[in-house]
Design a protein around this ligand. Structure first.
Ligand code: GLN
Length: 282
């Protein structure tokens, strides 16, 4: 069968099984099997799939497609996901890095005006925020922590294969193993969904760890803890930055103000939705 015809059929199948990006998914999976960039398919789509990929390649593609049709995220099938220009290894042990979270990196980079400083990333997962920041601020020291040992290993593995030296990863339950104080910036994308959020039953999140998604008190519990504890670890004038759900901006702003933070403001993501709230400690 022709490659373009195969891709169209695969996309139709993935669309039916609920993927929101069926064509892209099909191209990424076939690209993986054939060792080709997606753009190759646009030039060579009229070629025969089996002569290009071999019977074994066709079978591998079929197997990946079947897993995707069952709902497994493409990032899990490929074992990697791009975030802020970095190719990160990922696994079912952590949240899959999301484009929304790139806004957090932008914001942290803007705030990091000093030539040197320290950033702490809480619940780092793959290490996405910590690594993207560290890559763009090589003079800064970055510490990323996570409760899950597998996540810490994964983040270290990412730092190593990306050759980013100015970052350290450690196991810690939020601040429990962070004795250091004086961070200029603290970032966190904590779990913030309520346990009855209907979103949990849809798409890729079904295959992500609940511990990275769901928090008590309608998703607010971890924010409240972080806001209470962060001032002891921040330098004077340091910032705490939190990613939150679209409807949580008001509560997070109020908690930050009540916790003594100044200049509390919420930033919008690329789609104009409230996504990240930050405050400065006096
Ligand atoms: N933004 C994620 C989602 O909606 C949730 C991430 C989180 O809880 N930190 O799938």
């Amino acid at each position: 069968m022709r490659i373009d015809v195969t891709l169209a059929a695969a996309a139709a199948r993935l669309s039916e099984s609920g993927s929101e990006s069926p064509r892209l998914d099909a191209e990424l999976l076939l690209g993986e099997v054939m060792g080709r960039d997606r753009t190759w398919f646009y030039t060579w789509g009229d070629r025969d799939l089996e002569s290009e990929a071999g019977a074994e390649g066709v079978a591998r593609f079929e197997a990946l497609l079947a897993r995707r049709a069952e709902g497994h995220p493409v990032a899990h099938l490929l074992g990697r996901r791009e975030f802020y220009g970095l190719m990160l290894r990922c696994s079912p042990a952590t949240l899959i890095p999301r484009p929304d979270t790139e806004v957090m990196v932008e914001c942290a980079l803007e705030l990091a005006e000093a030539p040197e400083g320290t950033l702490l990333d809480l619940g780092t997962g793959t290490g996405a925020i910590a690594l993207a920041f560290a890559r763009h601020r090589p003079q800064w020291q970055v510490l990323g922590v996570d409760l899950i040992e597998e996540a810490v290993q994964l983040a270290r593995d990412n730092a190593e294969h990306l050759a980013i030296p100015n970052v350290e990863f450690r196991r810690s339950d939020w601040f429990s193993a962070v004795p250091e104080t004086g961070f200029a910036l603290v970032t966190a994308n904590p779990p913030y969904l309520a346990d009855d959020d209907p979103h949990l039953a849809l798409g890729d999140v079904r295959f992500e760890p609940r511990s990275a998604l769901v928090a008590r008190q309608q998703g607010l519990a971890d924010f409240l803890h972080l806001i209470e504890a962060a001032p002891r670890h921040l330098a004077a004038g340091g910032h705490l930055m939190l990613e939150h759900g679209l409807a949580q901006g008001k509560e997070v702003r109020e908690a930050l103000r009540a916790g003594g933070f100044l200049e509390v403001e919420t930033l919008e993501d690329l789609g104009g939705r409230e996504r990240i709230t930050l405050g400065r400690i006096g």
